[in-house]
Design a protein around this ligand. Structure first.
Ligand code: FPP
Length: 255
């Protein structure tokens, strides 16, 4: 059932997709199998996002620190990423998804850079969902690059360079930290940490699924404290406030 969101603007949800390796090892599979299952979970969430009121979805696929993983795992992740871009370009075009990659490109292989350029060009007209995939990404490096050589620094200038503020940050896999992801953009984000491993199958009939249908609820205390129009709570028609948390519940149930 589509989400009855009725928002003037849509949410920016960011996800740290953690737990692929543990999901695989718990099933006697190699870690790389967890990354493949994680890519399936990405497809499910991307497909579901527009009907959840999500207009921007930013996924942490490969951090700047991930280069320290064994070379075979890095190579497998890069290969999977290229496969994903090649296979998802057509579905993205058909479904109005604009795919962008954030992070450094200078350390990526040519084949990866070419795949990114192809997909970004082909999907540029998508206007239903802006899907941002972070590859070789570090939040601190992104802030440094944004302020480097920029005159007249202000919050607005940095906002403009880095990208849209995050409404809801989700991390699966049980860890409760940001791990250098979207540090500036998460200034007012609601943070939700889940013990679910990222590739876990959907649980469509769980209690959480029904809780996900509870969309609107007043939260005046938080709204007053943050005082931001782009905070975790968004002003809804009629002066009500809407929390991004129910969207998370839906995302978790679908991922
Ligand atoms: C962290 O889990 C996950 C990653 C380093 C890679 C994330 C990649 C995917 C979800 C699939 C590919 C993505 C796209 C967009 C095609 P981990 O392996 O560190 O898990 P662990 O903590 O259980 O070891």
């Amino acid at each position: 059932m589509p989400f009855n969101f009725n928002l003037q603007s849509t949410l920016h949800v960011a996800i740290i997709m953690d737990g692929n390796g543990r999901w695989a090892l718990a099933r006697g599979l190699p870690r790389v199998a967890g990354h493949h299952a994680g890519a399936e979970a990405v497809r499910r969430v991307v497909e579901a996002a527009p009907d959840l009121g999500i207009g921007i979805l930013t996924l942490f696929a490969f951090s700047a620190d991930n280069w320290r993983r064994p070379p075979s795992e890095v190579a497998a992740l890069m290969e999977l990423f290229v496969q994903f871009l090649d296979s998802e370009t057509r579905p993205c075009v058909d479904n109005g998804v604009r795919l962008e990659v954030i992070g450094r490109r200078d350390r990526l292989d040519d084949s990866v850079r070419r795949a990114i350029a192809r997909t970004e060009a082909s999907t540029a007209a998508g206007d239903r969902l802006r899907l941002r995939i972070a590859v070789d990404y570090s939040g601190r490096d992104a802030i440094l690059a944004a302020v480097h050589g920029t005159d007249h620094l202000s919050r607005e200038t940095v906002d403009g360079i880095l990208g849209p503020p995050v409404d809801l940050l989700v991390r699966t896999g049980g860890e409760r930290r940001l791990s250098d992801f979207l540090l500036w953009e998460c200034a007012y984000a609601e943070l939700v940490f889940s013990r679910r491993m990222w590739p876990e199958e959907p649980c469509r009939n769980s209690a959480a699924a029904s809780a996900g249908s509870e969309v609107c609820r007043p939260k005046p205390r938080l709204a007053k404290r943050t005082g931001s129009t782009r905070s975790i709570l968004k002003a809804a028609p009629g002066g009500r406030q809407i929390s991004a948390r129910p969207v998370f519940l839906k995302v978790v149930c679908l991922n």
